[in-house]
Design a protein around this ligand. Structure first.
Ligand code: HEM
Length: 494
C-alpha cells in the first residue's frame, strides 16, 4: 500500500512540476515539446550548436528549450544577439551558477563565472588595468618575440618531419601569457607546464562530454564521473596559481610591479589602505581566480585559434603563400612581425578574421542569464532564464556570408585588397557587457604569433595524406570547437 502511495505521490509531483513548467512558458519564445524532469536534454548532446540551427528553421531565431528543468532561450542570429546583448545590455548580462564552474571558480569568485554584480565590475576593471600595463603594446610584443624565437629554433630542428604541433603551440602561448601573468617561462619537460597543459586538455574533454550535475544540481554531492573529474583537475591548477601568488607576496615591491600578479596584489593593498569597502571582493581567493581567468582566458583561446590557423593554412597552401608574400614585402626576413605592421598587412589580418569565423572556437560562447524579467521580440523572458547565443550560426549563416563553408579571407577585403569595415556578424568575442575583455590581447597575440610562424615556415599536409578534416572534433561537444588531431610538415622559408 505504502509503495502505491509513494508512486502516486511521485507521479503527481512530476506531473504538477511539468504542468507548472508549461505554464511558466506562457508567452516565452516557442520551442519543442519537453519531457518532465529531462526537458530537451537530448538536444544538448554533441555539437548542439548545429542542432540549434535546425531548430531555428522550425521555431525562428529566438526559441526556448529545457536543459533538464532549466529554461534556456537560444539566440540563433546576429539580430537576436545584438538586440539582447547590445540593446538590452544589462538585462542580459547575468551569468548562471552551475556546479562545475562553481568548483573551478571556488564559488564564482572569478570574472567569467560571476553574476552581473559590483564584484564582477570591480574585477573587470582591475583586469583591464592589469592587461593594459602588462600584456599589451610593446610589452606583449617583447614577450611574444622571446617565445617565438625559442619556438622557431625548435621547429627548425623538426624540418621535413610530420609533427603534431599541439604541445609546442601550448608552450609557445603559455610562455607569452605566463610571463605577463606571473613572470615565468616553461620548458617542454617542466612539471608545471605539463600539469597546466593536462588541465586544459582534460577540461575541454570533460566539458565537451557534458556534466550531469550541471543539469541536475542536486547530484553535486554524489561522485558522478563529471564532478569527480573536475575535482581532480581543479586542485593542481589552483595550487599552481596560489604558488605564484605566494611567491609574489614574498618578494612584492610596490615601486617595481613586475607583472599582472604584482598588480593584483597592489590593488588589494590599496583597497586595504583606502577605506576597505572593496576588501571583501579582493580576498586572496578573488585574486587567485582573476589571475586564473587571465591565464585560462588568454591561453586556451589563443592556442585553439593558432591550431585552427595552421590547419586551415596547411589545407589552403595558396592562401598561406599570399600571407607569407605579404609578410615578406612588409616585414622582410630580418625581424619578426610587430604590432605596427598590422595596418600594412591587410591580407594577414583578413586571414585571422577568417580563421576566427570558420573555427568559431567558442561556438555557443558562455551562457548568460537575464538579470530581470524582460522581453525579446515581444516574447516574455523571466529573470534568471539561461541565454545561449549561437555564435557558430552567426559565423556560418549563408544569408550573411554567401559561401560560409569556404575558407576565403578575401571576404574581409575590397576589390583593391583594402580591409572593409569589420562586419558586425564577425563576433568571436561575443558582444555587449560580457563581451571578451581580452579581445585586443587575443587579436594582437594571434597576429604576432601566426605572423612569426608563417614568416619562418611553410606548413603542409604530409604527403600521401588526403585533405584534412576541417570540421570540429566531437570531443569539444557544443562548448568548444577543437580541430581533430593533425600532423603537418614544416619547411623553413629562410
Ligand atoms: C582568440 C582569442 C579569444 C576568443 C575567441 C575569446 C572569446 C571569448 C568569449 C566568446 C567570451 C564569452 C563572452 C560572453 O559571455 O558573451 C569570452 C569571455 C572572457 N574572455 Fe575571452 N576570448 C579570447 C581571448 C581572451 C584573452 C587573451 C583573455 C585574457 C587575457 C580573455 C579573457 C576572457 C575573460 C576574463 C572572459 C569573461 C568575461 C566576463 O564574463 O565578463 N579572453 N572570451
Amino acid at each position: 500500500m505504502w509503495l502505491m502511495t509513494i508512486t502516486v505521490g511521485v507521479v503527481t509531483l512530476v506531473l504538477v512540476t511539468w504542468l507548472r513548467d508549461y505554464v511558466r512558458r506562457w508567452r516565452m519564445p516557442p520551442g519543442p515539446f519537453f519531457w518532465p524532469i529531462f526537458g530537451n536534454l537530448s538536444l544538448f548532446a554533441g555539437k548542439f550548436y548545429l542542432t540549434f540551427i535546425d531548430l531555428a528553421k522550425k521555431y525562428g531565431d529566438v526559441f526556448s528549450l529545457k536543459q533538464g528543468m532549466t529554461d534556456v532561450v537560444v539566440l540563433n542570429s546576429l539580430d537576436a544577439i545584438r538586440e539582447a546583448f547590445v540593446k538590452k545590455g544589462v538585462e542580459f548580462a547575468g551569468r548562471p551558477t552551475f556546479v562545475s564552474a562553481d568548483i573551478f571558480t571556488e564559488g564564482g569568485k572569478d570574472i567569467a563565472f560571476t553574476d552581473y554584480s559590483p564584484t564582477w565590475k570591480l574585477h573587470r576593471k582591475l583586469f583591464h588595468t592589469a592587461i593594459r600595463g602588462y600584456a599589451s603594446g610593446e610589452n606583449l610584443q617583447n614577450k611574444v618575440h622571446e617565445s617565438l624565437e625559442e619556438t622557431i629554433a625548435e621547429f627548425s630542428k623538426m624540418e621535413g618531419q610530420a609533427v603534431d604541433l599541439e604541445d609546442y603551440i601550448y608552450k609557445l602561448v603559455y610562455n607569452v601569457i605566463c610571463s605577463a601573468a606571473f613572470g615565468v617561462r616553461y620548458n617542454m619537460d617542466d612539471k608545471d607546464f605539463n600539469t597546466l597543459m593536462k588541465v586544459s586538455k582534460d577540461s575541454a574533454e570533460v566539458f565537451g562530454e557534458g556534466i550531469l550535475a550541471d543539469v541536475f544540481p542536486s547530484l553535486r554531492f554524489l561522485p558522478t564521473p563529471g564532478i569527480t573529474a573536475i575535482q581532480k583537475i581543479v586542485r593542481p591548477f589552483l595550487d599552481i596559481m596560489q604558488h605564484h601568488l605566494d611567491q609574489h607576496r614574498e618578494t612584492f615591491d610596490p615601486n617595481n610591479l613586475r607583472d599582472i600578479t604584482d598588480h593584483m596584489i597592489k590593488a588589494q593593498k590599496d583597497a586595504e589602505e583606502e577605506g576597505m569597502q572593496d576588501i571583501n571582493s579582493l580576498t586572496d581567493t578573488h585574486l587567485r581566480q582573476t589571475i586564473a581567468d587571465i591565464f585560462g582566458g588568454g591561453t586556451d583561446t589563443t592556442i585553439l585559434t593558432l591550431r585552427w590557423a595552421v590547419l586551415f593554412l596547411s589545407a589552403h597552401p595558396e592562401i598561406q603563400e599570399k600571407v607569407a608574400a605579404e609578410l615578406d614585402s612588409v616585414v622582410g626576413r630580418d625581424r619578426l612581425p610587430e604590432l605596427s605592421d598590422r595596418e600594412a598587412t591587410p591580407y594577414t589580418e583578413a586571414t585571422i578574421h577568417e580563421v576566427m569565423r570558420m573555427g568559431s572556437i567558442a561556438p555557443s560562447s558562455l551562457p548568460h542569464t537575464t538579470t530581470v524579467d524582460t522581453t525579446l521580440r515581444g516574447h516574455r523572458i523571466p529573470q534568471g532564464t539561461w541565454i545561449m547565443p549561437n555564435l557558430w550560426a552567426v559565423h556560418h549563416d549563408p544569408d550573411t556570408w554567401g559561401d560560409p563553408d569556404v575558407f576565403r579571407p578575401e571576404r574581409f577585403l575590397d576589390e583593391n585588397g583594402k580591409p572593409i569595415p569589420k562586419p558586425p556578424a564577425l563576433m568571436p568575442f561575443s558582444a555587449g557587457r560580457r563581451a571578451c575583455p581580452g579581445e585586443a590581447v587575443g587579436k594582437a597575440d594571434t597576429f604576432l604569433l601566426l605572423g612569426g610562424l608563417v614568416q619562418n615556415f611553410c606548413f603542409s599536409i604530409p604527403e600521401g595524406e588526403g585533405p584534412p578534416d576541417l570540421t570540429p572534433d566531437e570531443k569539444g561537444g557544443g562548448v568548444t570547437s577543437l580541430p581533430s588531431p593533425y600532423k603537418v610538415v614544416m619547411t623553413c622559408r629562410k
